[in-house]
Design a protein around this ligand. Sequence first.
Ligand SMILES: O=C(O)C1=C[C@@H](OP(=O)(O)O)[C@@H](O)[C@H](O)C1
Ligand SMILES: C=C(OP(=O)(O)O)C(=O)O
Length: 419
Amino acid sequence: MSEWTAPTPSIPLRATVVVPGSKSATARAYVLAALADAPSTLTGALDARDTRLMRAALSALGVRFDDLPGGRVVVTPPAHFTAHVIEVGLAGTIMRFVPPLAALAHGPSSFHGDPEAEARPVAPLLEGLAQVGVMIDHPQAVPFTVHGTGEVKGGRITIDASGSSQFVSGLLLAGARFAEGLELHHHGAAVPSRPHIRLTLAMLTDRGVDATELAPDAWRVRPGTIGARDEVIEPDLVNAAVFLAAAIAVGGRVTVPWPDRTVQAEGAILSALAALGGTVTRGAGSVTVMGSGRVTSADVDLTEASELTCIVAALLALSPDGGRIRGVGHIRGHETDRLAALESELNACGARVEQTPDGLLIAPGLLQGGMWGTYADHRMAHAGAVLGLAVPGVVLEDVGATTKTMADFPGLWAQMVGA
Ligand SMILES: O=C(O)C1=C[C@@H](OP(=O)(O)O)[C@@H](O)[C@H](O)C1
Ligand SMILES: C=C(OP(=O)(O)O)C(=O)O
């Protein structure tokens, strides 16, 4: 546990921050390289806890990683995956993307993780694999064991993916390596975070896989090889948004590198920041957000970008009129129950927050600093940092939680604030 006092700048921000590679793109690029027909070279892959654990998990299955100068890594797939013990940490991408690869190995692979990982939903994914003949012990939650037989029959699977888009992505990523491919149907309440499914389909298509959305809740992947691909990983736009949010919280301007074309959820991210009072300007390869120091009250639907909930909640708590967040009921199953955690921490700081079935209602209050619980959750830590820009004395219980997706969040934050 490392406590960290959030810096409160005395002058408006003026900063450019270079945010590391996308967690979601790195995880997919590693998994697809592991499944490919030849080695792939990736540049700018994220190096943080989730992606280190992903490398360790894939290495355990027989994949080789050779680091080269210039942030490049060559990923060499094995002829056959070898069953092994897999450590998922608290990464949704590992507990949901790696089991289908373990099913393609010979023998049992047991999946373990942090205590918090055991509360995260994984059953729909594992039940989906069971529908096409994969044997799994304790398919309810981490820890579980996948008994691989070297092949997966594939075919039609129906699951309830309302708990996480990662159930869909995890099955689609490996579907081309199933003997009959995959036709995946969702049955249940709305699937969240759809831009992440679009990212999965785009990265599959880019590697020569015939992967399509047949209907809003149905996807098909035809069997075939997954082509090796050399790729430059884009910056993580959700993590970039944390820094852009800072300009809205205290005023000034923050610039981050931003790809000119992306399949990350840029529309949802930039429109949320604009709704909260940010003036968003696109430059060539960058985005700048300017803020006046006054957060606009807003009613924000984050169905497409639920990872923003924590920082949007912190900003709305700073708004003189508060606001509302909708469309994110499923984040009760993220790194922690984020709606409960935000309600508890923001109320402890003097805001008046209550949960709704699918989000939060946030009313203003007289805000004060104090200990900010981080719940082993990087995005709860980000929220505390954003709040602390404007409220002196916010102390994060454990800034180490941020290493999940950024190796040096405190360093980047200090650089931005000019501390
Ligand atoms: O596929 C991915 O890379 C992700 C999908 C989303 O999951 P949910 O659909 O569970 O929100 C997102 O929140 C998570 O951070 C990353
Ligand atoms: C939900 C998140 O992560 P994970 O990939 O572990 O699901 C997140 O990063 O906000």
